[in-house]
Design a protein around this ligand. Structure first.
Ligand code: UDX
Length: 459
């Protein structure tokens, strides 16, 4: 057994507590990290809010639960009285305070207090394996503050791309240089008074600077060569991605919805490189008009497709309303599921391209499987991710809106055609996949970084 000598804890085995922000795009990658650490002999406990944990457990099969190599624990987020703050199938879509104290208060005050209590409960004096380190989500910087206060080792995880973190860490300089003011408003002559970032995101980004002020390891789901210039701007960064799935364990644990695996056998029956996979992560929502154009664009394209239509993906509607007779017309070549085993889908030889909102996890999953992208970003870092995909790596095409702000069925059909006939982009995508594989193979950058992380945690 390894031992540590920090925070007054001597000769005790290492025990890591992993704490994600309570949102799908954070829980899933941190759980994959937790599985990888457990696989390398680190004892891991994973703390979710009770609400998130209930969703995860409901979505996991009994076999997944039995095989789960980490211990799941939970704490209250204090939002029991206002369920609308935790909109949708376990997904946070609102960051605004509405009916009194809501999610922001919960994130700033309730969750930190309750995670601290949770650690105290676990670290009873008679516990021979107390928590010695917290791996905390940097978007929930309080996780690391709690660890620091309790004298525990801290490791941060940035669940998005390095470019968005590099930008967040430059906010103080941007203020100092007068590019933006203290409220995040642009002060340049060309766009005076425009918010550079949504206010709430600006506050979060500013808060990250407080956490990273202390020297800290920042794990990132990327490999160095993918965006070396952003990585070079982040002190303490340890690129460890794309983390491999642990063989014979479900790599997709951590989903808030159960994954419909019937689509995999459907894909088995399709020719190689023939199916468009369409999925927009956990937060994107569409107007009914936009949803209709998307459906009709897929139909017009004439291609086979696998489309993830999450519950509540159409704003203001609890049902999906497809165009008249759409489902009958596409039945022979289209499959629609509520939630897919995305990583397995992207690795399937029948998939030809990924029609994506460019969330960071989806971006890395597409990159590591060598598929080209059609990009339809929705919010936050997704617009920057799209730029990397289309302009830097040249593995994707972006869709353009018409004058009413709608992406038309014709635009969708044209861009699908342009993408699937673009051999250059396919080759670029395969090259990125090879680079990613190299990085996580013995001797590669991410492989070595992960090894040093395991050593650090076990030291
Ligand atoms: C959000 C932001 O959109 C993203 O930009 C940020 O970096 C993290 O938080 P989200 O919208 O959920 O994330 O997108 P993404 O980062 O792509 O994560 C979605 C995850 O859900 C992926 O790991 C994907 O594999 C998984 N997923 C998606 C499924 O397992 N099944 C599906 O059907 C769709």
């Amino acid at each position: 057994k390894k031992s540590v000598s920090q925070g007054g804890v001597m000769d005790l085995p290492q025990h890591v507590l992993v704490v994600p922000s309570p949102a799908q795009g954070h829980v899933k990658p941190l759980m994959k990290l937790a599985y990888n650490l457990a696989y390398h002999g680190i004892k891991v406990t994973f703390a979710n809010s009770q609400f998130v944990e209930a969703n995860i457990l409901a979505a996991m099969s009994e076999a997944d639960k039995e095989q789960c190599p980490i211990r799941l624990v939970s704490y209250s987020d204090g939002l029991e009285a206002c369920p609308e703050e935790r909109n949708g199938p376990g997904l946070i879509t609102s960051l605004e305070e509405r009916n009194g104290p809501g999610l922001i208060t919960s994130l700033k005050e309730v969750m930190p207090k309750n995670v601290e209590k949770l650690i105290e409960q676990i670290n009873q004096p008679d516990n021979k394996e107390p928590i010695t380190c917290v791996i905390g989500d940097l978007t929930a910087g309080w996780t690391l503050e709690v660890a620091r206060k309790m004298g525990l080792k801290q490791v941060a995880v940035w669940p998005a791309g390095p470019a968005s973190l590099a930008l967040a860490l430059r906010i103080p300089q941007l203020i100092e240089a007068g590019v933006i003011d203290e409220n995040g408003m642009c002060s340049t002559k060309s766009i005076p008074g425009k918010p550079a970032l949504q206010k709430i995101l600006f506050d979060f980004s500013l808060a990250i600077n407080q956490v990273v002020k202390n020297p800290i390891i920042v794990l990132c789901n990327t490999y160095y060569e993918l965006d070396s210039s952003s990585c070079a701007m982040i002190p303490g960064i340890l690129p460890i991605g794309p983390l491999p799935a642990i063989s014979n364990l479900n790599p997709c644990s951590g989903s808030f919805l159960s994954q419909d695996s019937t689509c995999l056998s459907w894909l088995d029956k399709r020719p190689p490189n023939s199916v468009i996979y369409i999925a927009f992560g956990s937060t994107a929502v569409f107007s009914q008009k936009q949803f209709d154009e998307l459906a009709l664009g897929l139909e017009l394209s004439g291609h086979s497709f696998l489309w993830v239509v999450r519950p509540n993906i159409v704003s203001g509607s609890s049902h999906e309303y497809y165009p008249d007779n759409f489902l009958e017309r596409i039945a022979s070549r289209g499959m629609i599921v509520k939630w897919a085993p995305q990583e397995k889908v992207l690795a399937h030889p029948s998939i030809s391209c990924f029609f994506s909102h460019c969330g960071w996890n989806s971006t890395m999953e597409g990159v590591s499987n060598g598929v080209p992208f059609l990009c339809w970003p929705y919010l936050w870092d997704q617009f920057d991710n799209k730029k990397y995909i289309c302009e830097m790596w040249k593995v994707g095409l972006a869709l353009d809106c018409d004058e009413d702000g709608i992406i038309s069925r014709h635009e969708i059909k044209t861009k699908i055609h342009n993408l699937v006939t673009n051999d250059g982009m396919k080759m670029n995508a395969k090259k990125l996949m090879e680079d990613a594989k190299k990085s996580v193979s013995q001797g590669g950058g991410s492989y070595e970084n992960f090894k040093s992380l395991v050593k650090y945690l076990g030291a």
